[in-house]
Design a protein around this ligand. Structure first.
Ligand code: TYD
Ligand code: MG
Length: 453
């Protein structure tokens, strides 16, 4: 029998060491380095015929390689397709990460149930009965979906070679273990080995594989960073568990852009695709309330109107509080300093709270002007007119700066029935004659005049 080989791995970042160390020199965490068995014995490929490379691999001229880029598997889930860049690519490995309970298993089971192709849903976390109960709520009579509860990769491949599915879903990579590695499921070397076996399977059989990956407390996908390098696409499913909206984004995509975004609503019967997010993110109050402003942002290629709420009140304790939900707190402090210095608002002794409704977080600088509008409105307790919205960045000198894709934002605002949009005076607008009134401003002071006379 071959000698067992061991190495030391940081459980936080996956850095490999030849001997034990107390602190990982890469991620600076203490006591995270653990000894793991690297390789037990000579390894076979997933496919038991173990000729090293069955295909004859020769260099080819790039012009002679036939591309099958058009062949994408339509998942019948428009938001999922959009984030992937048009559908699943055959032979690709996709990793879906997200906090526990956010809806990863629900999303993938839903895709498996909807797909009119043979899918295999492998779960190491739930029993077949539990999955059936969940499936009954989502789509009771799906015909092509098979469920397997198994955690050993070799057994999974055995079943796969009999069933020959068109899509394999693994929930989750942290529960898998391979016989060729001795360490426990979920350890760095197991994750790496199982992923490598799955990649080999996906590429050789041209079957797409979707993996669920758990994330750690600080929000990164558990397991080595190398996992993210190995797979073709990394998707993140996020949202506030207290809200019903969930956002799917691509962090890495070898076959499309990473700027696309999918929005879902969690319902009793699974995840509903939200095709028109602007309508759900804006509350439908009859009367205008002070401290509210609508921002026209762009997420990926999609314009999105969101509601910013601000509350400015006299600080009760010595140090005023500044808190922002869904918006960068440092940016909030900067905007407050600009308002204090350039527009003469004494906000230094006031508590300021900012909230983006719907539990989503936005880092588009174009929402600056709406944040400023909401703060000013709450401060003077006068509502911003209900039919106005904002799309501009605010600079340190109090200047209103133009933002990209302003035409798209104006069109979306117009579509949703707004009658005024505030933009920078330097914005390059190529729209001919928008029905909406476009108000161009150059400085924060002008905004105050425009809003409150
Ligand atoms: P789940 O997919 O198990 O999360 P993950 O796999 O990311 O850990 O989602 C669990 C949550 O989703 C759970 O709190 C209940 C909720 N849920 C619904 O609201 N409606 C449904 O139809 C389903 C299946 C789940
Ligand atoms: Mg799950």
């Amino acid at each position: 029998m071959a000698k067992t080989k061991t190495a030391f791995f940081c459980q936080n970042c996956g850095t490999q060491y030849a001997k034990w160390v107390g602190q990982c020199s890469s991620c600076k965490q203490w006591n995270t380095v653990v000894e793991e068995v690297v390789q037990k014995e000579d390894k076979k490929s997933w496919n038991t015929d173990s000729s090293p490379s069955s295909k004859s691999n020769k260099p080819l001229k790039i012009a002679d390689i036939t591309s099958n880029s058009e062949v994408r598997i339509n998942t019948l889930n428009q938001e999922f397709n959009r984030v992937l860049g048009g559908g699943l690519v055959p032979g690709s490995l996709t990793l879906l990460g997200g906090e526990p309970g956010i809806g990863k298993s629900t999303l993938l089971l839903q895709i498996a149930l909807q797909l009119p192709l043979k899918t295999l849903y492998v779960s190491g976390e739930e029993s077949q009965k539990q999955i059936k109960m969940r499936a009954d709520r989502i789509l009771p009579d799906a015909e092509h979906c098979y469920v397997l509860t198994e955690t050993k990769t070799q057994s999974i491949f055995q079943q796969v070679s009999q069933l020959v599915p068109d899509l394999v879903i693994i929930d989750s990579i942290q529960t898998l273990h391979s016989d060729y590695i001795e360490s426990a499921a979920g350890s760095i070397s197991q994750i790496r080995e199982c992923t490598a076996e799955l990649i080999k399977f996906a590429k050789e059989s041209n079957t797409p594989v979707i993996l669920v990956g758990h994330i750690t407390k600080d929000g990164t996908i558990a397991g080595p960073k190398i996992l993210e390098h190995m797979v073709d696409t990394v998707l993140q499913f996020e949202g506030d568990r207290n809200y019903v909206y969930r956002i799917l984004r691509a962090l890495k995509n070898r076959f499309g852009s990473t700027s696309e975004l999918g929005i879902y609503e969690m319902q009793g019967s699974g995840l509903r695709e939200v095709n028109n997010p602007s309508e759900v993110l804006i509350s439908k109050n009859e009367e205008a309330l002070s401290g509210m402003a609508i921002a026209a942002t762009v997420e990926g290629m999609r314009p999105l109107l969101i509601e910013i709420q601000a509350l400015v009140s006299t600080a009760v304790y010595g140090t005023p509080q500044r808190s922002a939900t869904g918006f960068n707190a440092k940016r909030l402090n900067m905007l407050l300093a600009v308002l204090e210095k350039r527009a003469g608002f004494k906000l230094g002794a006031k508590d300021v709270f900012i909230n983006i409704t719907g539990g989503i977080s936005v880092d588009d600088p174009a929402i600056d002007l709406a944040v400023v509008g909401a703060i000013l409105s709450s401060n003077v307790d006068i509502a911003v007119a209900k039919n106005s919205c904002f799309a501009a960045e605010v600079g340190l000198a109090g200047e209103i700066r133009p933002v990209q894709r302003v035409d798209q934002r104006i069109l979306e605002a117009e579509k949703l029935g707004f009658s005024k949009i505030f933009v920078s005076k330097n914005s390059k607008i190529s729209l001919k004659q928008p029905k909406i009134e476009v108000i161009k401003i150059g400085k924060v002071e002008e905004l105050v005049k425009q809003l409150f006379g």
